[in-house]
Write a protein that binds this ligand. Structure first.
Ligand SMILES: Nc1ncnc2c1ncn2[C@@H]1O[C@H](COP(=O)(O)OP(=O)(O)OP(=O)(O)O)[C@@H](O)[C@H]1O
Length: 231
């Protein structure tokens, strides 16, 4: 099976610093929910940002056999989409973000966009998000509201094939977390969904055990597969 994302010999060094990690090589395959584990500060967020082509790195990252540049970086970022740990730091409103991401696809028409927004809003509503919050600046939303909105956006767009989730439910209560986990796992398994795989950072061992199909441990010298749960 061809990998969705192939990561080869990735390393990341901040200017004037030691490398955060080197020699990171792994594939993301269809159906994977990869839990990325490491101690705090080991570089999990940095690695996800490298995969989304949001950080400088050495080595190669390919999605469906092509580099981000050959896909076109904005379009690549809608296929391999990073959802930040603190969406409240994003500029503009959730409606602005979904509109911007929509325009990265040339097939977009006003009808497509209306459909995308409607799908995202319906899901967010099921998650307890009122319609007016789509027009509130990210910085004025609560952490939990911002997390739910930022997860509803790729669902609405239905174009992300790989989601890179950075502690996506850290601001949510256990019931809301469980609902969101269930939706995401179902999306990866659904035949009619664009979403094929997730790389998921969580500090909750319980959540890792519930959602993970593979477990990768990041260290300064590389990445190791811990064990595999058969689904
Ligand atoms: N722009 C930057 N310039 C220099 N160092 C940075 C920058 N961004 C992050 N770092 C450092 O890189 C290291 C890795 O940070 P990162 O956020 O990737 O870790 P993490 O494993 O996700 O941590 P946590 O589990 O605490 O969220 C940390 O030491 C952090 O301080």
């Amino acid at each position: 099976m061809a990998p969705l994302v192939a990561v080869k010999n990735l390393s990341c060094v901040w200017p004037e610093g030691d490398p955060i990690f080197v020699n990171v090589t792994f594939n993301v395959n269809p159906g994977d929910i990869i839990v990325l584990q490491a101690r705090s500060g080991a570089g999990k967020t940095t690695l996800l940002k490298c995969l989304a082509h949001l950080n400088l790195y050495h080595g190669t990252v390919e999605f469906r056999g092509k580099t981000p540049k050959s896909h076109g970086v904005p379009k690549y970022r809608t296929y391999v989409q990073y959802i930040p740990q603190r969406p409240s730091l994003l500029p503009g409103t959730p409606r602005d973000l979904i509109e911007t991401l929509s325009t990265f696809h040339s097939r977009l028409t006003p009808e497509h966009f209306a459909g995308d927004l409607h799908r995202a809003m319906k899901l967010a509503e099921r998650w307890g998000i009122a319609m007016e919050l789509w027009d509130r600046p990210w910085g004025l939303l609560s952490g939990g509201e911002a997390q739910r909105l930022s997860l509803a956006i790729p669902y609405g767009l239905n174009r992300a094939e790989v989601l890179l989730l950075d502690e996506p439910t850290s601001a949510l209560d256990p019931t809301s977390s469980a609902t969101i986990e269930k939706t995401l796992v179902e999306e990866v398994r659904a035949a009619d969904s664009a979403l094929k795989a997730i790389v998921w950072i969580t500090h909750s061992e319980e959540q890792a055990a519930r959602v993970g199909t593979r477990f990768l441990h990041l260290t300064p010298t590389g990445i190791q597969e811990e064990y595999t749960n058969e689904v």
